[in-house]
Unconditional design. Sequence first.
Length: 98
Amino acid sequence: MNGPNRQGYASSLSGFSYDTIAAPILHVHNENDACPQTPYSAVKEYAGENLVTVRGGVPGGDPCGGAHLHSYQGREGLVVKSIISWIKTKKVDRLIGE
């Protein structure tokens, strides 16, 4: 969460220093995520070269829910393959989807 949200969870992670985490981290985000609490621009800023950008998908339902671009609807298989590839090779697929 990178901003205030209606449930009050994790009011903000903006400014969190991800480089303080010892374990390898892969960031995955849909560039057209419509959820106001998780804007692509914020993730792109802090993730740098360690970001898988997902394009396309099915924008159905609540933009912050489990059936929208927020959850990679329509791109689930591509996202899983990209994560598995990163686990095995540490190579970041910078762009997947359309």
